[in-house]
Write a protein that binds this ligand. Structure first.
Ligand code: HEC
Length: 272
């Protein structure tokens, strides 16, 4: 008897709690005022999309140029070695020349003191700052993330990257942008510490025969390049995947034929 009463009491409390939760006024929820301003990344079509898509090598090279001449001042690319650039169509002498323009940490072989030397093809892209404290000190206390895996690390990947780079603008009336930050509705926090890196057309000079370096074009190019950097083996992976699917299809066909053959005799025997 007592047991049953206790279970009714527990059930009653449970139901009451649900009712309160369902009908309680919603004012208790604090709305983030920035939420309404936030925009989802634009949908962009890319050469590398889809099962059969391949990177546009010329675009990747232009994107690398944008990274090198603009973004590398603040962002590292620590998972990419200079020799990886062969994959996007640079020749070995070109890669050597690119590497040589960078200084990497080294040790003086006579005194043993820390020093630097020009990079070689097997070196990785050096970070623009010696450490996080220096990086923050130079950027209003914000940390420019390493860009090696950025398209994997953000929802929307390369679409987000492009949207972010072209998405700076004037804040709507009533939205205060804190000192030292910039309005960008694609950034999760709406106010970003990165000044618009691609601010004017022609900021980077493309080689003869390449498209005009508009802000939109430079942004697409560097986003495509960083998408490649996040997974340099993406094409090989896709190609292997397609080959495996074709192999499995053929194997399925062959197994079916073998099955028919093995059972044909037994089936005809059964019929007698
Ligand atoms: C003057 C330095 C500077 C330059 C140049 C620069 N950035 Fe940044 N970047 C920053 C800082 C600082 C942040 C961190 C922003 C924050 O957390 O508010 C950042 C953040 C980012 C982010 C991360 C955004 C996120 O979702 O967290 C991406 C992606 C990015 N930058 C891409 C680029 C690209 C691509 C270029 C070149 C076209 C570039 N940046 C050039 C300073 C720079």
């Amino acid at each position: 008897m007592l047991g049953r009463l206790i279970s009714y009491a527990i059930g009653g409390v449970f139901v009451l709690t649900l009712l309160v939760a369902a009908f309680a006024p919603r004012e208790a929820v604090v709305e983030d005022p920035n939420h309404a301003l936030h925009k989802y990344p634009m949908k962009i079509s890319w050469a590398q999309d889809g099962v059969f898509g391949t990177f546009d090598r010329a675009q990747l090279q232009r994107g690398f140029q944008v990274y090198k001449e603009v973004c590398a001042a603040c962002h590292g690319l620590e998972r990419i070695a200079f020799r990886n650039l062969v994959d996007i169509g640079f020749s070995e002498p070109e890669v050597k020349a690119i590497a040589k323009a960078y200084e990497v940490a080294s040790i003086d072989d006579k005194t043993g003191e820390a020093s630097t030397r020009p990079a070689v093809a097997s070196d990785y892209f050096p970070s623009p700052y010696p450490n996080e404290v220096a990086a923050r000190a130079a950027n209003n206390n914000a940390l420019p993330p390493d860009l090696s895996l950025i398209t994997k690390a953000r929802q929307g990947g390369k679409d987000y990257l492009h949207s972010l780079l072209v998405g700076y603008g004037q804040p709507p009336a009533g939205h205060e942008v804190p000192e030292g930050l910039y309005y960008n509705p694609y950034f999760a926090n709406i106010n970003i510490a990165m000044p618009p890196p691609l601010a004017s057309a022609g900021q980077v000079t493309y080689a003869e025969g390449q498209p005009e370096p508009t802000i939109d074009q430079m942004s697409r190019d560097v986003s495509a390049f960083l998408d490649w950097a996040a997974e340099p083996k993406a094409e090989t992976r896709k190609r292997t995947g397609v080959a495996v699917m074709i192999f499995l299809l053929i194997l399925t066909g062959l197994s079916y034929l073998a099955y028919r053959r093995v059972w044909a005799e037994l089936k005809s025997r059964g019929a007698h």
